[in-house]
Design a protein around this ligand. Structure first.
Ligand code: NAP
Ligand code: HSE
Length: 442
């Protein structure tokens, strides 16, 4: 009998995710070896700072400051890119792919910004690029879209895709923490990006949602035609409105596809989600994604969306797939139908503002004077936008009051026109704050 083949694994980055991958690969090495019929060699790890204290202990000769010692080592077959960012990560990824290696990545920013270049390198040099860990932490959503749900066309994909934001919104809404304290906690738990503005301003979710839209529809949504809003401006009145009227406040990515009219939308924003919706119950660091497919109907996946362990689970899942392909000579997963999918994507246009419709929530800070509300309602009535509910908060002796209201479904264009006129009113004292109200139908 032949001796089992040895597969060398190199890791770039030993932060939250890298340490999780090292720990769980070491713990599960024997199980994985017998399952895959190979010997695993956790060969080398690259970091920036050799002196930094880490929760995992790496044998001396296996840690380096030079990433090329990992990438160029002929005994390394699988390179895990876990450093983050898009400059060095791009350089290292392309170098490994040019050598025909497998790259396993958790880096959604890299894929979103350089996807076409990366897949060109895959096609040209015959390596693989696997990225399960880039979206929704431990939830195997990439595999679900690619394999388990392959029979479907998706008219709706809606998800809570950022663990940091969901942790913050849950801690603010359920435990009364301030935004700053909840963010600090998420950072301490290893959920946030190195630059947490990527989380709280919605950019991280835009990266993830773009990947899902590309996988499902073959189209990279242009940033300029994508609404991207974060959670910084959510305040107590918004949380109060949600509680009173049966909503949960969630940061969502919403991807809709209209097959007859040929359009797609991608929006990233905080939203009021009715408590009866399954996503309203996805709390803390968890992520949740509902996909409505024409064959399967609505299917929801939920689980931990950030943190070293959950993300390591996804990275190791990709390593297992890569080894199975390397040892069986099966076609690479990342090369699957790329050309066909991209051709489909070219025929899709981004939706027009008149085609994107939802109910809205609005918070206004108004001068506390008789007749002020009438001026506001006149604008809604002029644009034929119907109001569903209103709450008025008075702030005695402050000369201002807060009004929160919700509308019936209306297009983004109409709501934009209402907001434009509201901003011009002298009695509106601050920038109006809006939330979309999620409804699967609209
Ligand atoms: P992190 O804790 O900041 O760790 C980054 C690691 O990369 C550090 O060990 C750092 O070395 C190393 N590094 C940075 N630049 C390097 C370079 N030029 N050469 C060698 N090593 C370098 O980040 P993370 O949270 O693990 O995230 C890593 C990636 O996974 C990112 O793309 C992130 O978006 C993604 N991700 C993170 C999570 C999560 O929950 N944290 C979940 C899913 C995906 P030093 O330690 O020596 O400074
Ligand atoms: N910062 C990201 C989040 C990590 O909080 O969701 C997982 O991608």
């Amino acid at each position: 009998m032949n001796a089992p083949r040895t597969i060398g694994i190199g890791i770039l980055g030993l932060g939250t995710v890298g340490q999780g991958v090292w720990k769980h690969l070491s713990d599960k090495k024997t199980d994985l070896e017998s399952r895959l019929g190979v010997k695993l060699d956790l060969r080398k790890v690259a970091v920036r700072d050799l002196k930094k204290h880490r929760a995992v202990k790496i044998p001396k000769g296996k840690i380096t400051k030079n990433p090329f010692e990992v990438i160029d080592d002929p005994a390394v077959h699988v390179v895990c890119e876990l450093i983050g960012g898009t400059t060095k990560a791009r350089e290292f990824t392309l170098r490994a792919l040019k050598l025909g290696k497998v790259v396993v990545s958790a880096n959604k920013a890299l894929l979103c910004e350089h996807g076409p270049e990366i897949f060109d390198a895959v096609r040209k040099h015959g390596g693989q690029f696997l990225f399960e860990a880039s979206v929704a932490g431990g939830i195997p959503i990439i595999k679900a879209i690619r394999e388990g749900l392959a029979a479907n066309r998706f008219e709706l994909i809606v998800g809570i895709l950022n663990g940091t934001c969901n942790h913050i919104l849950t801690r603010m809404g359920e435990d009364g923490l301030t935004f700053a304290d909840a963010l600090k906690e998420a950072q301490e738990l290893g959920y946030a990006e190195a630059d947490p503005t990527l989380d709280i301003d919605g950019i991280d979710v835009w990266h993830k949602a773009s990947i899902l839209a590309w996988l499902a529809h073959g189209k990279w949504a242009p940033r300029k035609q994508t609404l991207v809003e974060g959670i910084r401006n959510i305040g107590p009145a918004d949380i109060d409105f949600a509680r009173r009227f049966g909503f949960a406040l969630k940061h969502l990515a919403v991807i809709r596809r209209e097959f007859k009219k040929g359009w797609m939308t991608l929006g990233v924003y905080p939203a009021l989600v009715p408590n009866r919706d399954i996503l309203a119950r996805v709390s803390g660091v968890n992520n949740g994604i509902t996909l409505r497919g024409d064959v399967v109907g609505a299917t929801t996946l939920a689980g931990r969306g950030a943190g070293g362990d959950a993300t390591a689970s996804a990275v190791i899942g990709d390593i297992v797939d890569a080894i199975a392909a390397l040892t069986s000579g099966a076609p690479t997963l990342s090369g699957d139908n790329l050309d066909k999918r991209e051709k489909q994507g070219k025929a899709i246009r981004m939706a027009d503002l008149d085609e994107i419709i939802s109910p809205f929530y609005l918070r206004l800070s108004l001068l506390d004077k008789a007749g002020v509300s009438e001026g506001v309602y006149r604008i809604f009535s002029k644009h034929k936008v119907s109001i569903a509910r209103v709450i008025q908060y008075e702030h005695p002796n402050k000369g201002r009051g807060t009004v929160t209201l919700s509308t019936y479904p209306v297009s983004e264009r109409k709501m934009g026109a209402v907001l434009k006129e509201l901003r011009q009113l002298k009695t509106v004292l601050e920038e109006p704050f809006i939330l979309r109200i999620f409804s699967p139908e609209s």
